[in-house]
Structure formats: C-alpha cells, structure tokens
Design a protein around this ligand. Structure first.
Ligand SMILES: *Cc1c(COP(=O)(O)O)cnc(C)c1O
Length: 361
C-alpha cells in the first residue's frame, strides 16, 4: 500500500505516550486515581464544558447518559440511521427504543424535518450523531427538541472539539458523549469514553452509575455498572490532549487539499456545512463503490466503508417498527472513506486524489 487507510502506531506523540504509561506503572494506582481526575478536568476544559465523567467506552457514555437523564423502558429516542450501530445499541442498553430520522444526503446527519416527523407521544429524547466529524444541524434540532420538550443527548463520538456555528458540540444537549476508541480523533491505546455536562446532578449520577451505583464505598445505592476508564488510558489521553489542536488543524488542511484536487472526478465530494468540522473521516459517494474501491486498491490506496448497512436494517434491529429512511439506504450503498489522519501528508493526499481522478465509474 502506498497510502494505507490508517496507522495507529504513535508518531510525534510517542515519547509523551510512553512517559504517561511509565508514570502510571510506577505509581501502582490503576483505577479511579489522579490520572482519571486530571483527564476529566482537562477534557472538560478543552470541550468548553463544566464537567467530564470518563467511562469505559463511547457506547457506555451514550447508554449511561440516557439513564442519567431518566430515559428507559417505554421511551423512544430518535437517532440517525447512518452511524456506528453502537449509537442505537446504546439506546437499547438503556432499555429505550431507537427510532430513526432520515439524513441529509450531503451532510449525512439527521435533518430537523425528519426528526420532527418521527416524534410520537412516547418520544423522550433525540440523539443526533455528529458523523464523520461534521456537526449536525444543532440549531434546527434544538428547535425541534424545544417544541416537543425533548432531552438532547449528543453522540459526539466522532467529533472531538468540533463546533457548530462556533459553539462546541456536546454543549448543546444536556450531555455530550465521546469515544476514545483508538481510531477516533482523540484515541486511547484501548477503549475509553467520556460524557460532558454542565448539570451537576447528572454528573454526580453518572459518577455513581459508572462505578456500580455506589454512593459511598460498598454502598450500592442504585443499579450501576462497571464502566470505568483506567488510569493507564487516562494518562495516555492526557498526553495526547496537547496535540489535538494541531492535529485537528492538520485534518482540516488535508480536507481542504482533497477538495482542491478532487475536481472533475466522477465521485461526489460532499460540501462542508460548518467550518467547525473536525474531519474524523473524509467520505465521498461513488455509484459503483466496489469498482471504485478495487481501482484505488490497485493504485495502492486503502479505503473503508463507514457504514455498509443502515442501522434499522441490521438484524439486531429487526424487532423494531420498520424505518422509512430512503436517503440513508442510498448513502450506505455509495459512501466510502478516503484516508485522512494526523500522520497523513499533503503528498499522500495528492497520490490519493490523482488515483480518484483517474477513476471512470
Ligand atoms: C465509535 C462510535 C461509538 C461507540 O464508541 P465505542 O467507544 O466504540 O463504544 C458510538 N457512536 C459513534 C458515532 C461512534 O463513532
């Protein structure tokens, strides 16, 4: 491969990451210690939020958020059909029912119109997904939520430090949920997740829920789970936080380079809706996706599909009422991600763009 889709080996952050690991090993403190506390403070600050509560992964961040705001059995939560299926699985983990609102064909996030149309007497919340690093239309979605008195839980798992109309994503809703899965813009060397909120009651509840529902040591006041970020991952994430601003700027530069070079191609390059986009991925739409991917592989360029099946069409969702999301159905047939990560160079982008421009689909 000339340009592999991704590499997860630490690069310019390697020394800082190694020092963080050594620090934790030497400390002998591995669960709920100073690294977790330090990371939560630093992440909240970087997100423009009052508090952050770390958990074991992004799926738990979503599921526990729903529970912390009082959503459970009998409640419907409206979310996006184009996302990691974990978004909808988290709703089911909380005991609630996912309902799907169709997406914008270029923004790939659920539209305020489709969301409004999906509201029923059982709807308790909406869970927009800031997919591929692009903020959803939060102004429109917040209006729908206000009109119907719904809670907003933001799935920000792909959009660390993105902004929507200059306001940090994750701060529109009552909570914002993040994943630190290794491939994410801010990734651990393993699993991790966090929730940001400015509501102290919800923050306290989340701190209990992630730790067995304990209100004090060995006092399990409510049904909680074990979903703790460990000290090692917290220390690694702290080591990476200072790199995030330059890495995000680099992702934006690479995206701009793709846009400049991908002209006169037969694939569709979706436009940028908000300059707060953090380019977790760079998706394009190709009518003959299989052929396009094979062509790029032949040119030494790795691609991946995010995601090949719309969530309501997953067998795991078969017992739900059928969703009517024709745009999502088309997007998942055509969408394909080009390489984009912090270690990619502008020269790599030129190689990829030349290969894309040579495709006649
Ligand atoms: C990664 C991801 C999740 C799940 O996060 P995990 O840490 O893998 O549990 C949920 N939603 C979206 C949009 C994601 O990208």
């Amino acid at each position: 491969m000339k340009v592999p889709f991704l590499s997860l080996v630490p690069g310019e952050d390697a020394v800082a990451v190694r020092a963080a690991i050594d620090r934790v090993v030497a400390s002998g403190w591995f669960i709920l210690g100073p690294e977790v506390e330090g990371f939560e403070y630093e992440f909240a600050t970087a997100c423009g939020s009052a508090q952050a509560i770390s958990v074991a992964n992004g799926t738990d961040a979503l599921a526990l958020s729903l529970r912390a705001v009082g959503i459970g059995p009998g409640d419907e939560v409206i979310t996006s059909p184009v996302s990691a299926a974990f978004s909808a699985l988290a709703i089911q983990m909380a005991g609630a029912t996912p309902v799907f609102a169709d997406v914008d064909p270029e923004r790939f996030t659920m539209t305020p119109e489709a969301t409004n149309a999906a509201v029923t007497s059982r709807t308790a919340a909406i869970m927009p997904v800031h997919l591929y690093g692009q903020p959803a239309d939060m102004t429109g979605l917040m209006q729908v939520a206000a009109r119907h008195g719904l809670a907003v839980i933001e799935d920000a798992c792909q959009a660390h430090f993105a902004t929507c109309e200059s306001r940090p994503i994750g701060t529109y809703g009552i909570v914002g949920a993040f994943s630190f899965y290794p491939t994410k813009n801010l990734g651990a060397l393993g699993d991790g997740g966090a929730i940001i909120t400015s509501d102290p009651g919800i923050a306290d509840k989340l701190r209990r829920l992630r730790n067995g529902g304990q209100s004090a040591k060995y006092k399990h006041a409510e049904f909680g789970v074990n979903s703790r970020l460990d000290e090692m991952q917290a220390a690694i994430l702290r080591a990476r936080l200072p790199f995030m601003a330059p890495w995000t700027q680099h992702r934006r530069r690479l995206a701009a380079e793709y846009r400049k070079r991908l002209t006169g191609t037969s694939v569709t390059v979706p436009r940028e809706f908000d300059t707060g986009h953090v380019y977790h991925l760079f998706p394009v739409l190709a009518a003959n996706r299989d052929g396009f991917q094979a062509h790029l592989a032949g040119e030494g360029v790795g691609t991946l599909v995010h995601y090949p099946i719309s969530i309501p069409r997953q067998p795991a969702m078969a017992r739900l009422a059928p969703a009517n999301c024709p745009i999502a159905d088309r997007v998942v047939e055509e969408v394909v991600s080009l390489p984009l990560h912090q270690a990619l160079t502008e020269e790599d982008v030129r190689v990829v763009a030349d290969a894309v421009n040579a495709w006649r689909g």
